[in-house]
Design a protein around this ligand. Structure first.
Ligand code: UN1
Length: 512
């Protein structure tokens, strides 16, 4: 029996203005959840409710809020298999990866439960006597968080956990096609004892969310917008937040390059390319976009890569497979469009292309009722190609070649994204030169483009984001604002820059 789920605002079910059916992409006849969608007014009302609840929450001592985060971590850990199974059922992510995704929530909680006892401010010396200076981290207020469904629980936790720990309230709008996974995570979070209204979940379509956000920003009930999704929508959200003088934390797309040097261990590189190109069916923000391989090892690499891919299993995500289906019909439709970018000078070295069906099977797998696609490796991609320049969310990887490392770095940066990148080399000089030159926020050496750990800064530059960083201590700057305090206990008005003692140097002094 499928679930019926609706938005929860202030601990109560919110009004429903429309419906959405979340399907299992591995068997599209199976309904995972029927979702009641809210309208823009409900979204704005949720932000008002959050604003009310935030006042009290901010007064809860940070170490106590840290204990709540600890409880969330325990609850998620105790429900890890159930939550991972639901993620697999709803978006088709292979179970082992789904379990890893759930682990990432626990890791995030582990990091931030201790932050409740730090959240350090500073004491700073004053330029005048009998005066003390301090800094405090204040919560920002309400964060409106809009997330994608490719990481339906881990990536939201990157926003929710630090936002709550820092004393903010949250209105979370997850992707409709991952609504059941999001709702399950919401229930685990609220089981921790979070007061009603501190965390609210609103299911809504994109246009209603945007209108609701505009209303809320106008009413002054939102102080931070968190968004994970496409560069196109990120641009609009950043613009909207900017008009209201609020900053957005944007985690957008990527065209993540992998450079393979002539001194690389090729089999290791093949393994990395396979996992980051085709894990989650190529639908991570960190998925591999283009392999930029040195001309001297190009042919050997392409041959080994194509061979490894042919041997890889695509199929039921509940089993031991490299990739399952695409996330949802809308991603399948978009992916079909990316396939039209293939041109005569491209060479598909992986076998068949397109949807896996009875007429276009992959070995003995005919895809059944699932949104399964052949994984594709395209050799001969050139810098002017759309396949080279634009994100192609789905199981397709381009290959191009280079002669010098400087040229490889230039190619790596050319598409103008800057989320993740990787280099395979056994020479430290190459690794550091690449790190310095590449525009990405994340650089892997002898590792794939995926696999960010939960306590390192994560975020992009250029078309991948506005420079904001999530995770670890760095995300605290997204969810707190620095306040400075000066306290003069001299009993007189000491004017900064004016009433400052001077010690006269003898600047004409020279050594004999
Ligand atoms: C994303 O796709 O939005 O590094 C994030 C990784 C994951 C996070 C991906 N830990 O692939």
């Amino acid at each position: 029996m499928s679930r019926q789920i609706v938005s929860v605002v202030g601990g109560k079910e919110a009004a429903v203005a429309g419906t959405y059916t979340s399907l299992n992409p591995a068997r599209t006849g199976e309904v995972v959840a029927r979702v009641g969608l809210a309208d823009a007014g409900t979204f704005a009302a949720a932000c008002r409710t959050a604003k009310e609840a935030q006042r009290e929450w901010a007064r809860v001592p940070a170490p106590v809020r840290g204990r709540v985060i600890a409880s969330i971590g325990r609850l998620v850990e105790a429900n890890a298999e159930r939550l991972a199974r639901l993620v697999t059922e709803e978006i088709g992510k292979p179970y082992a990866e789904a379990l890893g995704e759930v682990r990432e929530i626990v890791d995030t909680c582990d990091f931030f439960l201790g932050e409740g006892r730090r959240l350090y401010g500073q004491t700073v010396p004053s330029e005048m006597p009998d005066k003390n200076l301090f800094t405090f981290r204040n919560p920002i207020g309400v964060a409106a968080v809009v997330t994608a469904g490719n990481f339906p629980v881990a990536v939201p936790s990157w926003y929710l956990v630090p936002a709550l720990l820092c004393g903010n309230a949250v209105v979370w709008k997850p992707a409709e096609y991952a609504a059941a996974s999001a709702e399950a995570m919401f229930r685990l979070f609220t089981a921790s004892g979070l007061p009603d209204g501190v965390l609210n979940i609103v299911f809504a379509g994109g246009a209603d969310t945007f209108d609701g956000l505009e209303l809320a920003l106008g009413e002054g009930t939102v102080q931070k917008v968190g968004f994970t999704g496409s560069s196109e929508v990120g641009r609009k959200i950043g613009e909207l937040a900017g008009r209201h003088l609020q900053s957005a934390c944007l985690e957008l797309g990527g065209k993540n390059p992998m450079v393979i040097m002539p001194d690389a261990e090729l089999d290791l590189a093949v393994e990395g390319a396979l996992f980051s190109g085709f894990g989650t069916a190529g639908q991570r923000c960190t998925s591999l976009g283009t392999v930029i391989v040195h001309e001297s090892v190009h042919d050997e690499f392409v041959e080994r890569f194509a061979r490894a891919l042919r041997a890889a299993r695509i199929g039921d995500p509940a089993g031991d497979v490299l990739a399952g289906p695409l996330l949802d019909q809308k991603f399948a439709d978009r992916y079909e469009e990316f396939l039209t970018w293939l041109q005569p000078h491209h060479k598909v070295v992986s076998g068949n292309v397109g949807r896996i069906t009875k007429d276009n099977p992959r070995g003995d797998f005919d895809g059944g009722e699932g949104l399964y696609y052949h994984p594709v490796v395209v050799d001969g991609v050139q810098p002017g190609d759309r396949l080279f320049l634009e994100e192609t969310f789905g199981p397709i990887v381009g290959v191009t070649s280079f002669a010098t490392l400087d040229e490889a770095i230039e190619l790596a940066n050319l598409p103008g994204y800057g989320l993740s990148s990787s280099i395979y080399t056994t020479n430290a000089k190459h690794a550091f030169r690449f790190r310095e030159g590449v525009s990405a926020g994340m650089v892997s050496v002898n590792n794939s483009t995926s696999g960010a750990e939960a306590h390192l800064p994560f975020g992009g530059n250029g078309k991948s984001g506005n420079g904001s960083r999530q995770s670890g201590m760095w995300v605290l700057d997204q969810f707190t604002r620095w306040q400075s305090m000066n306290w003069d206990h001299s009993g007189r008005l000491q004017k900064a820059q004016m009433d400052v003692a001077e010690i006269e140097p003898d600047l004409d002094f020279r050594l004999p």
